[in-house]
Write a new protein. Structure first.
Ligand code: AMP
Ligand code: MN
Ligand code: MN
Ligand code: MN
Length: 276
């Protein structure tokens, strides 16, 4: 079992546990090196760091940036960033502003399939008014009886091709890597197995990411199967990328993996945490 967890979420975006409480939970689960990587948001880092350090845990400032790349949304994790870096803060402010416009469009789209007041409904679940996520819409749709779990909601709504999915322009890959690296951080492709990319598109993504100064790829994540650990270990080796590991924990009942319950990296990889 790894004592490292470099991908997790607090209530600042769409997790269920406040930043300080999340850090305490990670420590209780035996995590020794921990990163909070909230979506497009740095506001939880200070509180998480204080609680992490009070428990003797090493804390890594992180973020998970939403990126539009070709026809897909990619998530790029920044680790060991300076959370006070102006370009990073300003860039993320822009991404969050775009979320507000998208949330209105999602609500309008859901209205067409008979879901009333979805924006107000989603907002009830958003602890941070600047950050309405599809996860908040999903909780509202569960509340409305549209599906029995948020996972089931995503299969019928909110995902590409379904009601409540709207095209959106997030940051570009170049912007996200620029913000992360200028803030002193290392960039990692989050849960690469989740993107609907063919082999050629995967290689294009990895090549562009590396050429733009990217460092690592998540090999061990709650989103990957055992077979995908091996697949992405091979890609990491082929592209000279370091391997990261993170649960992507969002809270009880909304995560595939518990904090700190990550298996070891496959053999022969350089761990991304050797960079900090
Ligand atoms: P957004 O960044 O607003 O597009 O929302 C993406 C978030 O929705 C993710 O970070 C997860 O928290 C959540 N999410 C995405 N897919 C699923 C799924 N299949 N089941 C449950 N939650 C999901
Ligand atoms: Mn999320
Ligand atoms: Mn993600
Ligand atoms: Mn995540």
């Amino acid at each position: 079992m790894l004592s490292v967890d470099l991908h997790s979420h607090s209530t600042r975006p769409d997790g269920l546990i406040a930043p300080g409480e999340l850090a305490a939970r990670a420590a209780a689960q035996g995590v020794k090196t921990f990163a909070l990587t909230d979506h497009d948001e740095l506001g939880g880092l200070e509180e998480a760091r204080a609680q992490a350090e009070a428990r003797g845990m090493r804390f890594i400032d992180g973020v998970e940036i939403s990126v539009s790349w070709t026809h897909d949304t990619l998530h790029i994790v920044g680790l060991n960033i300076d959370p006070h870096h102006a370009a990073l803060m300003e860039g993320l402010r822009g991404v969050r502003a775009g979320r507000e416009v998208r949330a209105q469009k999602i609500a309008a789209d859901l209205e067409r399939v008979g879901v009333a007041d979805a924006l107000a409904g989603a907002r009830k679940y958003a602890r941070n008014p600047e950050l309405v996520s599809r996860a908040h819409f999903a909780r509202y749709l569960v509340e409305q009886g549209r599906a029995s779990s948020t996972d089931a909601v995503f299969r019928r709504y909110l995902s590409q091709g379904n009601p409540g999915y709207v095209d959106h322009q997030w940051a570009t890959l170049a912007q996200a890597l620029g913000w992360i690296t200028s803030a002193g951080g290392v960039a990692v492709i989050a849960h690469p197995g989740r993107y609907k990319l063919n082999q050629q598109q995967r290689e294009q993504m990895l090549g562009e990411f590396r050429d733009l100064g990217g460092t690592g790829v998540e090999v061990v994540t709650g989103s990957h199967t055992q077979a995908e650990y091996a697949t992405w270990a091979r890609y990491a080796q082929r592209y000279g990328l370091h391997a990261s590991a993170g649960s992507d924990y969002h809270g009880p009942g909304e995560s595939w993996l518990e904090l700190g319950k990550l298996p070891d990296l496959p053999q022969g990889l350089t761990a991304v945490w050797t960079n900090f």
